[in-house]
Design a protein around this ligand. Structure first.
Ligand code: SF4
Length: 365
């Protein structure tokens, strides 16, 4: 399906999505007239910018596929309607193209729930990131929160905010208070773990973050490359790889930066395992957002279950592309609905869910 076809389907599917000033009006569309407010014509809606201007927005869904069946909704699962889904790249591209042609000044984005609220939200965020970070689009975006999306499990903060990724925010890392403000905004609490980084172990922003975390009962962890540092004194646990003197003195990006990146990769991988995203040594929560990843999903299902490519494709088709569910389906011998319930009851852990089934895994325990 080409992008224009997707656009036709997904703007039409979005026209019932209330919450803006110009959708759903009762006056019908009249050729040659302006100021159309009818829900019979899709594609644009309007809102007001901070300076009071009325701005035109591209009003569209990420997808009209939905796992739910809300009776009032045109996108409900049981409705016999054409379905489409944008890739984040397609949506970002389209928005920028329209913006550059002066058709729109912003984006109103909502979505059906494709696979899961988290999965859908990740697709939407990826599109928005492309707009904000790759295209540097600074205009109006209204993105709807998908109900049921998990609160952020891992959040990254940097002294000076996101802008510091691209432009040095001089002085930001010298402020302990800035870290406290950022963590307060992120609602850090006693259930969280905070990992503060600084090669030197004495950056005020990182020290401030550790102090704030400890004061709120969160696990305060320092990741530094310097022993006995001020950060270690504020942390309950210090991870301190010692890569030795830098190749270029005065810059910690090469050895210390790389060592810290390796530690972060290990931590995030451990988190993924603990969250049930891995079965054996296979990443089963792989999200097939492009062809390479779709192919990887198939290979993972084949490897985990010992099935043929055709069987893996059939299993993935029946689970809407979820490799984890496809694996569990084949290994358990259950029907899709029961498999979903069992997997949910096992907190998403394939191995745990299999323990409650009679048909055993041929590959993993
Ligand atoms: S979850 Fe939203 S998109 Fe899906 S059927 Fe219900 S109202 Fe429609």
């Amino acid at each position: 399906m080409d992008v224009l076809e997707k656009l036709t389907i997904l703007t039409d599917a979005a026209k019932y999505d209330a919450a803006c000033t110009s959708s759903g009006g009762s006056r019908s569309f009249q050729k040659g007239h302006i100021g159309n407010t009818s829900s019979s014509v899709a594609g644009c809606c309007h809102s007001f910018s901070a300076d009071g201007r009325c701005v035109t927005l591209l009003k569209v869904l990420m997808t009209n596929r939905c796992v739910y069946d809300c009776k009032y909704c045109v996108n409900r699962r049981s409705n016999d309607t054409r379905r489409a889904i944008f890739t984040p790249e397609e949506l970002a591209d389209l928005t920028i193209s329209f913006y550059r042609r002066n058709y729109i000044e912003g984006l109103f984005l909502s979505s059906g729930v494709y696979r899961s609220p988290d999965y859908t939200t990740e697709l939407m965020i990826k599109a928005l990131r492309l707009l904000r970070e790759m295209y540097r689009f600074n205009g109006y975006i209204h993105a709807k929160a998908i109900p049921g999306t998990a609160p952020e499990l891992v959040q990254g903060l940097i002294a000076g905010g996101q802008a510091a990724m691209f432009t040095a925010q001089e002085g930001a890392e010298d402020s302990e208070q800035l870290a406290a403000d950022d963590l307060a905004a992120a609602r850090l609490n006693e259930k969280d773990a905070l990992v503060a980084l600084a090669a030197s172990g004495r950056t005020p922003y990182s020290i401030g973050a550790l102090k704030y975390a400890r004061a709120r009962g969160a696990a305060a962890i320092a990741l530094v490359c310097s022993p006995n540092s001020p950060m270690s004194k504020e942390a309950i646990l210090t991870i301190c790889p010692l890569p030795g003197p830098e190749v270029i003195t005065g810059s910690t990006r090469l050895k210390a930066g790389t060592a810290q990146k390796l530690v972060l990769n290990m931590l995030s991988t451990g988190i993924m395992i603990k969250l049930g995203k891995v079965y054996g040594n296979l990443m089963v929560d792989v999200q097939a957002t492009n062809q390479k990843l779709a192919e990887r999903s198939k290979l993972i299902v084949m490897e985990a279950t010992g099935c043929s490519r055709a069987e893996a494709e059939a299993a993935l088709d029946s689970t809407d592309g979820s490799a984890k569910l496809a694996i569990f389906l084949r290994l358990s011998g259950l029907d899709v609905q029961t498999a979903k319930q069992k997997l949910k009851a096992a907190d998403g852990y394939v191995a745990k869910a299999l323990m409650n089934c009679t048909k055993a895994s041929p590959v993993h325990n």
